[in-house]
Design a protein around this ligand. Structure first.
Ligand SMILES: [Zn+2]
Ligand SMILES: [Zn+2]
Length: 131
């Protein structure tokens, strides 16, 4: 925990990981609920219309989208782009293709097989067996 200035209201607060003061975090939750509720009834909407209907700032809606908190929605004009390849995406930070690529790299770094199974003996055994 550290003392910071709230980027929303400028007050000094103790940052517990939210990045803003408790009041602004609560307000953001309320706004999130409003947006989520509206989208559950109208999943396809332009971002400008969504802003005027819910009264929530465009930056906030984009933030929710980047956090992957608004799913199965089709918000047009959000212009959210994959952080890796720049493709337009509907939510999150990375497009599906890049997610798969990143997951591939992650599994390469963490082999599913325990290392003791890849001993020299095992290799020799496999070698003999294949002959
Ligand atoms: Zn605040
Ligand atoms: Zn991508």
């Amino acid at each position: 925990m550290e003392i910071s200035t709230c980027p929303e209201c400028g007050r000094i607060f103790v940052d517990a990981g939210t990045g803003m003061c408790i009041e602004c975090a609560r307000e953001e939750e309320r706004q999130y609920e409003t947006v989520r509720k509206y989208l559950s009834e109208n999943p396809s909407v332009s971002i400008d219309f969504l802003c005027s209907e819910t009264g929530v700032k465009k930056e906030k809606i984009l933030k929710f989208l980047r956090q992957g908190r608004l799913l199965q929605v089709n918000i047009t004009g959000a212009d959210l782009r994959c952080e890796v390849c720049g493709t337009i995406i509907l939510s999150g930070r990375v497009c599906e293709k890049c997610v798969k690529k990143l997951q591939g790299i992650a599994t390469e770094l963490q082999p599913e097989e325990p290392p003791q199974r890849q001993t020299g003996k095992m290799h020799i055994f496999e070698h003999i067996k294949n002959k």
